[in-house]
Structure formats: structure tokens, C-alpha cells
Design a protein. Structure first.
Lengths: 281, 281, 281, 281
């Protein structure tokens, strides 16, 4: 399915500064970028970087004088997600896990799985099928955590959210990841453009590693799972910040949009009875 | 300097086939892609891949029925090359070389440096400054090898070219690389869009590793060195084929163009007395 | 300088279990392993793995029946550390930082630098030379945090330690790293065998990225800096656990030793006035 | 099965020189190194490096004065090969191939598959099962190429061997690889210690990529396939040289041995009727 995504970021620069932005759509076998435009006004050199091991697409802009700067990004992306089947999904065995997945099993800044071990295992430990475990914990978060704009900030972690029981998409994803890892299910964070997200903004979800594939979950249930354009994956929000600002910089405005660019979109949501998942990998 | 590059490739597919194309401009700290469009007609899924270790940008298209297919690629690219200085350039010491450079020191399919050891050392071994060695061997190739379209094919190697003394840009680059490696100077091949190449086509040049940076050389001297938009780097043409075709496929047409997209272009060529180089890294 | 290191780990296995151990000495250009022996009693298959991107050396052992198991590791290692000079060390500029260093700039599970920004900048922000910043914060930790065995556990983070002001080597390192990152200095954690550590145990220190090299710091000041044999590096202890145990496993005993294996060891400690550092990279 | 391997290399150094040796046994999930000793006499610093992307284990020794140097390596290695089954092995489809395998599909210095396309397809193109294709071409090499010590040198390639019809293990492997690649079967070279190789020396074989696993083939048929201790893998011998010598160095002596270190070894050879393979991965 083709989507047209846009992001416009406006900054007020008050000292020499460096911006690192992670707003480009990922380019993968299942996510093809057909068109892409980056406009920087006033025009400045932008370095194209990839994150440590090539996963994410960064641009770095160095600004030497005080000015207002606007970065506009636009892309047409075609996504080829895959339906996955989790009937009789066996438990994850650490004895067979590839080392590339290990980092997503250990606690991270915003996903302190080591502190949620008792909670996760008391609540979800008795479920045998790990797909159903993740589905259940996703449902639990959706039912028990209130989606409340402005209730959290960049320091809020999964551990905080479990106490506060309020947050935004980022917090929902962090809690989902932390609970997965506490159940020995590798899980990772991702940022995305999302169709039908209202009000429009960058979105955050998570993926759980089930049967050697990364399967998509969204505890907010705000958008159809097949309306996602991935931007970046990482252990948590610390790895995937949309914007990292160094210097005296203030963000004045962020505008995001994501529309379908062809006909025939049918929204997809998980139904527990069907044991189906969706993978963008 | 901003360039607008275009490539249009037309294929006639006569059986189920797989195309792997390497025509996207590289995205690096010194080469920013501001706009990019890929059009496939009739429309088919294209997987975006990166070569083994993330260097090059590939697309793979699987075609299941007989048809004619046209792939059009267009990009606006901004390049920030750097002038390098090679006065008192010390000899390359293998004792300090980073292992990431080793592959470019060993012989490869089209650059049999092991067979050119005596020739290279007899001709250029007495020159002390390795920058001047590469400049001299580049000049030697330019003076002694005739640029002759159609004189060689996809099996022609540096060893052949040294005997035949005729070839195209690919052959000039292979011979340059083989001679560098025979002098214990790491060297790698790259494909490019090139401004002022006449007739317009994909271009091929090489880079030598001097003073911990990859410095650009072009033994054809057909284009200014600062008019290059890089596509792919590798050991030789085997790593960087513009198109790899699997199945019964015939290429009907290839159109390539590269224009400047802003004012003020001043062509740059090496002058031995100045000991200056150009790096796109 | 040559060191002989030993580790003996005894486990009681009460159910099918998987052990992942990270006790092998790193093999790097500046740390050569001349002899190495691994003994598993009773003998079981051990898979040799490397962590996600080849940094650390892991062994994974799957144990299917209840039994007592002893893993013994012994190595003779030759270290070639390098003295670094930090006179006129310029401030770190994010505009020039290599992306491979970014992960060590962001907060992680045990090093919540985002929460220590005000503290770090109030205390150490006015110091100009980043080497001196790290030296000062190391001294501050050493003077203000009490080294107290058993005062902390596997959930204790830098944020906790700044309140409790007590901990062990792991906590000292985490706090050092968190403060560095809060000052925009990349910093990473490492585990090590350490000469003269009393009582003998695995040790943990940290490295700060200064002038494009990783420079060693140890806020515990328990051992000479040139008596270190590195085991693993990572963002924090979550990446570098000596043992990760999955299943019903209890650790019965850990014995560690590190001796010099040649004459002439002269202990090295930092002296602020000298602006010298030590790098094992 | 446990093996004890030894290598002793003696060099006469006549000028400042750099040696890069690739004699350490690989450490992988299916090849565990239990004991390992490196002795350099007279003692010199040896840097431990890994090849470009971590595959192979190198040591680099810089020697500044004229002297005789002896490098001795000894290891006890436990190998856990796996039997693979190739009944109904489907043809390799480039449309599904992982990019990490692409380099082993293209021609390389000693394996000019592009020049052997007609030969390979005429001889083996009609066989449907790719496992049987590789088995047949291996048998063809074994029957038609004479194993003759000293008949070839470091410049001899697969193309030469197909004309000369004589060579050593290295040439047999290169020809096997070139023919596989000409049939669109990815294939790679490896060096090894081999049990029962007579006279004792380093051995070279190849692996073909069949059903997403690397399966072992040895066209020399000199040793049982389950008696292999892998040293290095690469595109061909250019990537995996046991010793790369830079400077005025002469090799005086090489002694290699490989013995079983436990009871019960049963030699394994391929039998076409059984469609079984052996994988060390």
C-alpha cells in the first residue's frame, strides 16, 4: 500500500548548534521509498548518516549563526507487510536465539524490564503461547493506561508509567517492550508515520520477536496496524529520537501528515481468536 | 555543488526474471540526496537492499511474466568534496593499516595486482611520494591506453588491458587499481554519474587510499573530478554492476544524464606540481 | 605487560537452563591473548558467540539435566596500553562525532544521563578541558560515594547512587558514565580482570571519548590503571553481564584472579597536573 | 569431535617487515576453541585483528630488525558439524537471496565464474537438484584434475586449472567455486587444518550455499569431511592467505599437524545416493 508522508520542523537557533534528525522513512525490502524530498530553508549542508550499524537514517545539520530554520521532508512509500500466523507459537528459547537479538532482551533506559519481572510473570506468565502473551499485555496496557497528552515527558519510563497509568504512544510502547523483555521475549521500539493518527504526529509502537520474525504491536490501538510507515527502530526512544538538539535551539513547530496514496485501504487490527500478526520485516 | 542525475533503463523480459540494479546515488556525509524519484513501469514491487555491509544501495525486482519494463531514476544531489594535500605524503605502511582497507590491497577478479607486480614496480617503484605514484600511473594509462568504445567486454581485466592497450572507463579504472595494489597502495573502484561525460553514460573511476583518506583518480581524464556523483564502491566491477540480470532478459535501452543544478561550476583537474587531490569521503 | 587471569564459576542447575558467559579476555590490537584455556566440568558443548557487532566474546551453554557445573577460564594476556596527552583538549563537538560513538552519548538503563543534566552542568560545566571534567567528576565520585559491598543490587542505577552515595565498582562506573554523557562526553562501561583488586573479583570501570580515543577512568581508584585486562565493553552493565542465567540456576561460587606474568610492573594513577591518560584501544 | 592442531612457521627477516598471519582456528557456534597458545620467538608484539567484517582471525607482527622469527600456534578445538539433507533441494532463487550472500555469487580473482558459464551449464546445467550439481562438479574435478604438488603457483586461477587439469587443494577449491557460481550457486573458499591430510599441510576446500546453509565440499577427496578445523572463509585465496608478507622476508619452514583428541572418529564422505551433506555452520 502506498502512503504519502510529510514532516515539517521549524527551529529557532540562538547559538551555534547541531541538529540530528531521524525523520527519513526506512528503506527496507518491505518498505520501498519511491519518492523523497528534503528541503532545508535557508539552505545548509546536511550530512546523511546511518545509525551505528546501518539501521536508521539520520541527517546532521550544523548551524553556525542565529537564524530560523525549517526542514521539510516528503516521501511516497510503498509498504509490503506480511501476515504472520502464531497458532502453536513455541516459547522463545534463549539457547537458540541469534546474538543480533540479544540487545532487545536486556533492560534499557526507558524499558527497565528487570524491575517488572514479578509483575509481568504474575499477570502474563501462565499464558503458554508467547504471541498471546504479547497480545494480552498489549490489551492490558490499552485498558489500564490512560492516553493523556502532556501527562509525561522525555524522562518518563515504563516503570513510571506502570505507576502513573497515563501517557502517550511513546509510553505505551515502552511499557509493552519492558513487559515483553520481562517475559524473555525480545522487543524493540520504533517510530513511524501513521495513517489516521489523530491529531497527526509522529507515532511510536513496538515489535516483539516471535518465531524468528519481528511482529508489530500497538498498545494505543489508535491506528490500523497496516497504516504504518517506519522511521527508525531501536532499544527504546533513546535510540530513535526524531530530533536531537545540541546548542541553544528551540522547536517552534512540528507538522506531520500521512495519507494513503492509492485506493483500497482496508484497516487491519489484531483479533485474539485469529492468532494472526503483521510484520514489516 | 548540486547536480541533477537521471537514468532510464528499459528491459525486455522473456521469462520469469530477477533484476538487481545499483543506480541510486550514494547517501554519505559528503553526498546528500535532496530529491529522489524511482518509477517502475508497469509498476512492480522493488525491494530496497544494501550491499553486504551497507555501502551500496540496491533495488531488486522480481518479474513473473513476460513484459517490457522501464525503470526511471532521478535525483538531485549536493556534493561537498574536500581538497586534500599530498606534499610529503609518507609511504603506506601495512603495519598501521586498518583492517577495513585490507580487501582493497588484495587482487580481485578484474584487478590482478599479483600479476602486475614487476611492471608496476619497474615503472613507478622509484617514485617516493605515493600520491605522485598514483598520479604518474594514471598519466601513463591515459597516454598509453586508447579509449575505444566496444573494444572490451564484461570479461576484460586489467591484465588484458595492459596487453591490448585499449578499453573504456571501466578498463582504465581496473588497470589503475591493479597498479596501485601492486605498489601496496589500497585502491577501490567506483561507479558514478559524471557531469560533461560525452556521450552520456555511467562512468567508472577509482580511489587510492592516501594518508587515511580515499582520493579520487580518473585515468580517462574525460570529466572534471569535481563533477562526480557516486553510485557504488567496491573491489572492482564485480561488486558494483549497474545491473545484474538473472533470467532471460535483454536490455533495450539505457539513458543517463548528469547536469549541474546551480550556477558557478569550475572544473577541477589534477596538476602534478600542486600535489592536490580531491576526496568525496 | 603480561598478566595471567583466571575465573572459576560454579553453578547448581535445577532445571533445563541456558548460561551465557562473558568472561573471555577481549582480543584487540592492544590486548593480545597468548594462551587461553576453557574447561567445562562435566563437559558440555559451548557455543562461541560474539555480541551484536563483534565487540565482546560470549559463550553459551545449554544444560538439559540437573547437575552441578564448573566453568574454568584461564588466560595469559599481553597488554600494550598507550599514554594519551590532554593538554589543550578541545571540547567535544557533536557536529564531528562519528555515528559509531552516538550510542554512548545517549542515556541507558543504568546511566540516566538525561536526569543528571543539571547536576553535572552545575558541578562540572564550567571546566573547559573535557579531560579535566572527567577527571574532576571521577574525583568527586571517589570522594563522595562510599565503596560498600552489598549496598546495591542489579537494579541500582546511577540515579540511585547519586542519592544513596554508596555502591560498588559497577555503581561508581555507572555514575561516571551518566555524568560524562550529561556533559555531552560519550562514555562507555567495561568489565575487566584487574591486578591488585582486593578482595579479588571482576572489576568494572569506564572510558570517556576524548580526542577521538577512548580514555580509561576508574572512580573507585582501587587498582592501578595499567593493571587492567578488558573483558567486555558496552553502554552499561546491561550489555556486559559476566553471566546471564536463564532457567532455575543458582551460582554457588565465583573465584577470580589476576597476576602479573612478567617482572617490572610500575603502577600508574592519574595526576591532574600532568594531563595524561591511558588508552587500551 | 575434538582435534589438536598445530602450526609452526619460521621466517628469515632481511629488512623491516610486516607479517599478517591467518592461522588461528575460527571461533563459531559450531567450532569451540577449548585451548589455544601462541608463541613468538623471539617475543614481539602481535596485534589481534579480525578481517573486514569480523569473519577471520588475523595477527599482525611488525619486525624492525633483521632476525629469524618462529611463530608457533597450538589449539584444541571441538567441532559440532551438522548433517544436512538435500532430498528435493529446490533451485536457488536470486529473488530470495540475502544480500550477505551476494559477494559469493560474483566472480573473484581466482574464481572467474563469468568465463566458465558455458562450460558449467553444458556439463551440469541439466541436473535439477543443486546439491547434486555441486556433487557432480566436485566428482568431475576429482576425476579430471590431477593432484600434483608444485604444478601451480599463487597466480594460478580456476580458469588456468580447467586448461592445465592439474593443481593442489587450492586449485581444486577455486575450480569448484567458479563452477558453482557459474551455475548461480553461491560458493566460498575456506582454509583449514585437516585430519589425515598426507603430507600434513594447511588444507583448502569450499562451501556451497544450499537451502540457506553453507554445505562443505572437497574436490580433492583427500580427507574425511568431518575431520576439518576451519581457519578462514572468503571469496577465494586472496581473502584467506595463511601468511601475507610485506618486506624482505623468506619463509624457511612450515610445519602443520592435526590429530584427533578423543576416541571414536568415524570418517564421513559423501555418497550421491544418500543426498546428505555436512555443515560446520
Amino acid at each position: 500500500m502506498k502512503f504519502e508522508t510529510k514532516a515539517e520542523l521549524k527551529y529557532n537557533i540562538l547559538s551555534p548548534a547541531t541538529l540530528i534528525l531521524n525523520i527519513h522513512a526506512l528503506r527496507t525490502p518491505r518498505q520501498t521509498v519511491l519518492e523523497e524530498t528534503l528541503v532545508i530553508e535557508p539552505y545548509l549542508k546536511a550530512e546523511e548518516l546511518s545509525s551505528e550499524h546501518g539501521e536508521n537514517r539520520l541527517i546532521r545539520i550544523e548551524i553556525l549563526k542565529d537564524e530560523d530554520i525549517t526542514i521539510s521532508y516528503k516521501a511516497v512509500v510503498d509498504n509490503f507487510f506480511r501476515e504472520t500466523n502464531h497458532t502453536d507459537q513455541p516459547e522463545i528459547s534463549v539457547a537458540n536465539l541469534d546474538t543480533s537479538v540479544f540487545p532487545y532482551l536486556y533492560p534499557s533506559r526507558y524499558c527497565q524490564s528487570d524491575k517488572l519481572y514479578r509483575f509481568a510473570n504474575n499477570k502474563f506468565g501462565s499464558i503458554k503461547n508467547p504471541y498471546l502473551q504479547v497480545l494480552e499485555l498489549t490489551n492490558w496496557i490499552n485498558s489500564n493506561v490512560e492516553y493523556l497528552s502532556g501527562s509525561t515527558n522525555s524522562q518518563t519510563s515504563a516503570y513510571d508509567t506502570l505507576t502513573e497509568l497515563a501517557g502517550v504512544c511513546r509510553d505505551f510502547a515502552h511499557l509493552g517492550i519492558a513487559l515483553c523483555r520481562a517475559l524473555t521475549i525480545p522487543a524493540r521500539y520504533f517510530t513511524a508515520y501513521a495513517y489516521k493518527l489523530n491529531p497527526p504526529d509522529f507515532h511510536a509502537c513496538f515489535e516483539a520477536y516471535l518465531g524468528n520474525e519481528w511482529v508489530l504491536f500497538d498498545a494505543t490501538k489508535l491506528v490500523p496496524l497496516n497504516g504504518i510507515v517506519k522511521i527508525a527502530t531501536g532499544r527504546d526512544a533513546a535510540d530513535t529520537a526524531v530530533a536531537s538538539l545540541f546548542g541553544n535551539v528551540s522547536c517552534k513547530e512540528i507538522n506531520v501528515s500521512c495519507k494513503v496514496a492509492e485506493e483500497g485501504f482496508k484497516p487491519f487490527y489484531y483479533k485474539p481468536a485469529e492468532l494472526k500478526g503483521l510484520s514489516y520485516q
